[in-house]
Design a binder for this molecule. Structure first.
Ligand code: ARG
Length: 517
């Protein structure tokens, strides 16, 4: 393909070339070409300092107000601003790049001539291809910084839970996180993409036991994510079955106690029921995992590895890959123990009813309430693992910035995490971390009405897109590989739909994607 001719008056700068105006990057941002041009022309015609004009030229909120606007009062010239505005409009010379400006009250509006913009931008995209719009300098450390080189960051995103549905929240995290990782990469940062899997806890003891009853080797290998979820649902039904008589007995005991009747026999019966319940078995299994029992761990590791393998294939369809598959299971007990010690020493934590808690209200953070750090039985929680993880990551990667892309439902959780980190004496670490949150997506369920895994979502949108494509037979016949095209269009439309609204606003997912085709 040949380059489109650049329009006269549009000078192409090389990426390294700097403008005489501050923060002006014509080679990266075509709008800066226009700002520069307007400032110079208007300056020369009126005697006003071009740099001053450049700094005051603004983007408009809506395009009917122009592409750039100069609020005349901001020039601070002692003249009636409306009159001055008219005068400036009249003095502005004819230009290749912009239409004669319009004076609108005290605002001087500039509209770009479209031909120049499109031909310059398109020819540049064709020429520069993937480096178009990148700016490696943005990610460089200050030259005075002894660390030198590129700034380093972790973007933690997607982070689904093994054996549980990959829900719309995980999809949004994947899309937004992937976007941020790309954005920082083209700005020259050294980006580590991290997936923090939910892969630890009593539920994996339950899953392992469930697999003994309901597991199928063939199905596990074929479709680990769906099969494990299937097993998980089935074993949870058994748990519920076992739970019912236990609950009933507990109520009977309570009632008897109130009447001061003897409950010894019932309590014995209850203990027996609990002993053989799936829930208790899961607890014991998980305990053996925590204790490092190789046999117990082997099964869990297989589930994890097979799930990751499958996830990798699905992420590839979204053009996303991860540098690190971390997860709750990977957080070392020593890191958490070190955190407990620091919290205790710094009087951040306190004992409460046999557990260890942090009462944020006592540390100037009323809104954050209280959080349990160690349960009565000595086990850590979701928050505890995140506290271990944040320090482990800091030590392992020495990052300049870390972004957590997690749903707004976890605002409190992340605020607590950052506050604890600060209270533990790592204010600098907390300041380097950021929670990028997002609102919920509603209306995303399979056509069958069942739960969603990422694969199902992508298949559904691809199918839908294919249907829409087929409606236009003539066009359809020209498509070389319709299935694959439908797949890519479907995935693209999911991403576009996600980015159409504001990040933190909830939106209703719409399967009717035809408008995008
Ligand atoms: N696995 C979690 C969930 O599905 C998300 C993890 C978010 N990241 C974190 N560091 N806590 O809810």
């Amino acid at each position: 393909m040949t380059d489109l001719p650049a329009v006269e008056g549009l000078t192409l700068h090389s990426t390294n070339e700097s403008s005489k105006f501050p923060n002006c990057y014509p080679s990266l941002n075509p709008v800066d070409i226009y700002r520069e041009h307007i400032a110079e022309k208007l300056g020369a015609a009126t005697g006003i300092d071009a740099e001053k004009i450049y700094a005051r030229l603004q983007w408009t909120n809506t395009l009917d107000k122009g592409d750039l606007v100069l609020p005349v009062p901001s020039l601070q010239i002692k003249k009636n601003p409306a009159e001055l505005c008219k005068e400036l409009a009249e003095k502005f010379p004819e230009s290749d790049l912009v239409q004669p400006p319009t004076s609108f009250g005290v605002h001087l509006q500039f509209f770009f001539k479209p031909q120049g913009l499109t031909s310059t931008v398109i020819s540049r995209i064709l020429k520069e291809k993937e480096v178009y719009g990148t700016n490696g300098n943005q990610g460089l450390r200050d030259p005075s910084d002894p660390a030198k080189g590129k700034k380093k960051m972790i973007v933690e995103f997607s982070s689904p839970n093994i054996a549980k549905p990959f829900h719309a929240g995980h999809l949004r995290s994947t899309i937004i996180g992937g976007f941020l990782a790309n954005l920082y990469t083209v700005m020259g940062w050294d980006v580590i993409k991290m997936n923090y899997l939910g892969d630890w806890g009593k539920q994996y003891g339950l899953l392992a036991n469930g697999y003994k009853h309901f597991g199928d080797e063939q199905k596990l290998l074929q479709d680990p994510i769906n099969h494990l979820f299937d097993v998980y649902v089935k074993i949870n039904n058994v748990v519920a079955e076992h739970d019912a008589p236990i609950k009933e007995l507990k109520e009977q005991i309570k009632a008897k106690k109130e009447k001061n009747e003897d409950v010894a026999a019932l309590e014995q019966e209850l203990a027996k029921l609990v002993e053989v319940s799936e829930d208790e078995k899961a607890r014991r299994y998980f305990k053996s995992m925590e204790d490092g029992d190789e046999e117990a761990l082997a099964l869990w590791r297989r589930f994890r590895d097979l799930s990751i393998q499958k996830y990798k294939q699905t992420y590839a369809r979204l053009n996303i890959d991860f540098d690190v598959y971390s997860g709750e299971s990977q957080i070392k007990n020593e890191s958490m123990a070190a955190a407990y010690k620091t919290m205790e020493e710094k009087n951040v934590s306190e004992k409460s009813d046999g557990a260890v808690i942090v009462d944020f209200t006592k540390h100037g953070a009323k809104k954050l309430g209280k959080a349990i750090i160690v349960r009565k039985d000595g086990t850590p929680l979701y928050l505890t693992r995140d506290i271990g993880a944040i320090t482990e990551r800091d030590e392992a990667y020495h990052f300049d910035k870390m972004i957590y892309v997690v749903a707004a439902q976890q605002d409190l959780h992340l605020a607590q995490l950052f506050k604890v980190t600060e209270l533990m004496g790592h204010k600098d670490l907390a300041n380097r971390c950021q929670h990028v949150n997002f609102g919920m997506v509603r209306g995303m369920s399979t056509r069958k009405g069942t739960v969603k895994f990422l694969d199902d979502i992508l298949r559904d949108v691809g199918d839908k897109m294919h249907e829409v494509m087929k409606k236009n037979q003539e066009k359809y016949e020209q498509v070389e590989n319709p299935e694959q095209t439908a797949d890519i269009l479907g995935i693209t439309s999911v991403m576009v739909q996600d980015m159409t609204g504001k990040r933190y606003v909830s939106f209703l997912f719409c399967m009717d994607l035809s408008r995008l085709y």
